[in-house]
Each structure stands twice: as C-alpha cells, then as structure tokens.
Design a binder for this molecule. Sequence first.
Ligand code: ADP
Length: 358
Amino acid sequence: TRQFTADNPYSIGKPDVFGAPAIDGPSSSSPGPFRFPHNSSPGKPFDKDLAMSKLLDEIPDLDVDMASSILAEVLEIKEPVTWDSIAGLDDVKRTLQDIVVNPLIRPDIFTGLKKPEKGVLLFGPPGTGKTLIGKCLASLGGATFFAISAASVTSKWVGTGEKRVRLLFKIARVLRPSIIYIDEVDSILSSRESSKENECLSRLKTEILASQDGLSCSDNDGVLLIGATNLPQKLDSAARRRFTSRLMIPLPDAEARRALMAHDIKNDNHSIDEDGMSMIVKKTEGYSGADLHTVLKDAAKAPIRELTSLQLRTIPLNKIRPFTVDDVLEVLKKRKPSVAAKDMTEVYAFQKMYGTAL
Ligand code: ADP
C-alpha cells in the first residue's frame, strides 16, 4: 500500500491522513485529459446561479421553483475529501477508483466495453463511511453531488415526486459529471411484499427505476446513481439488478480502527501510547467508525467534566490534564456499539448472495 502524496494526481486534499490504496493514475505531465464541462471542480464552491443559468439554457420549460429546490440538495464539498480521509476499506477504494473515479476523469477512455457503471450500491451497517465515500467520489471526480435522503423524498416529495425525479436526472445531466447519492435507498426501492407502499411512493419508485434505466444510454454518460443502505435485503430484485456493482462497507477491522483513532486524537491533548491504542482497538471490536468517533469525543471531554464551574472559568489551558486510556475505557462501559450482531448476519447473507466480490 502506497501513501498518497501531493505528487499523486488523485490526492487532492491533505496527504498522509489514512492509508490509501495503491492506484496508478496518469502522471501530471500527461496531456490535459478530456473532461465533461462542469462547474464543480473539487474544492471550488458550487455556483448555484451559474448552474441555474445553464439549466435555463438547456432545459426548455424549466420549472424554476422545482429546479432551485433540487439545486438546494447539491452538497457543496468545501473541504476536498480524498481516499486518505477514509480509514480501511482498501479493496472498496481500489474498486471505486476503477469503476467510478477514473471514468469520471477520463470519459473518453471508458467507452464500449469499458463503459462506466451507472448504478452502484453501497451497503453495510450505519456509520461505516458510506456517505463519506460518496463525497470522496464526487470530490475526486469533480462531480456535482446531489445528496438525496430517502426520508426527505418520502416526506417532502409527495405529490410532485415523479416530476421531481425526472427533473433531478435531467439537471444531473446538464451539470455532469454528477453523482446522485440516495441515502436509505431501501425505503424507496423496497420490495412490494415487505412494505405497505402507498401508491404515490410506488409511482416514485417506478420513475426512479425508469430514470436509472435512462442512464444507460450514452446521452447520459457522466451521471451515476449511488444508493446507500443498511438494509440491502429490503431492495426488490428490479432495484437490485440496476445497481450493477454492490459493494459491502463493513465495520472497521482492527487496523482501520487504529487508523481512525490515530487520526481522531492527533490534534488533542492525550496520553494514549501504542499499547493504549492496542487495548482500545481490542475493546472496540464491533464498533462502527461513527461509534468510535463518538466514544473518543466523549473521552476527550472527561478532563473538563472533572472541573468545578469556578475551575472551568479560571484554569490555564496548559493545566488541563490530557485524556487517557482509562477515560476511553470508562466511556466504552457506557457506550455500546450501535450495530446489533443480527443486523450484520443479514448484511453478510446479502453479500454472499448478491455482493460484488472485491
Ligand atoms: P454511513 O453513511 O455509512 O452511515 P458516514 O459516512 O455518515 O456513515 O460516517 C459517519 C462518520 O463516521 C463520518 O463522518 C466519519 O467521521 C466517521 N467514519 C465512519 N467510517 C469511517 C471511515 N472508514 N473512515 C473515516 N471516518 C469514518
């Protein structure tokens, strides 16, 4: 495994954060690659006005109100997210670099049999970095990132749902390269048998599947749908089929937990040495990245919690004690992992049946 450095064209943000997969990219001296025209290069603010004027130019009879509420779902990636920002998951990162990022960077190469994927499913327990991966893909590919939460679709989109879905895909095409990231995708694309869908939701689902089908024509190159779910087994077969790559994002293993922790505590006043880290790594088996993050945040505040309110007001910064392994172990007694073992059984069962082998 090679660390990304500033010389690596794929490494846009801070180098040397987490380990990154060994990926050979084009050298920075190669001739300028063809890119889709877009206004959302990594780290640059998303210019809503410019986007709207493009939409007005390219979409006849644009419903401006609806378009502007769709543009409000574009997530501006202010701090570039790179593979280095994500601990562990080396195989997943390598695969996604191949099937998503490279085609976004060089659409002229990925034609014919090499045509890029149009639907990728990220499945696994909550808090394991799926959203972070989505942001990283958008950031590395210079893509407009439409972050759609299924919860808001089922509540806010009622009534105008199908029209909105059609417009969302159209807008994504105009502003390509684009990634449409749907969180909790199972709640929209679940199988009929297992949920009491109302008619509205069912029409919405049909429209999403149809729009997704539309992505496979070459007019729509540069638009990718990413679905994320903790409950992949709820997807029906029609939805499952459309996500041609189905990647499991598991709980972090010991090495990833160590990397996450080292990253989290490095700017804090702590006294945790290598042995202490190893002890915490052992005790946090089954914790998600998000769980671990919460535990460390809580432990880092332990020295402050000991202070009286007078002390809090008067103590010099350099007199506050560092937080310790014991502080972390104390928090671990109270904060248990958020993922139940039985949820993992179902995720593994789905992986075995339908997951893409890495
Ligand atoms: P998910 O979408 O899978 O529910 P998120 O991507 O929202 O999870 O992760 C929540 C938070 O947990 C992130 O913002 C990050 O702080 C932390 N996190 C989880 N997994 C990782 C990871 N592999 N590397 C770095 N941070 C992680």
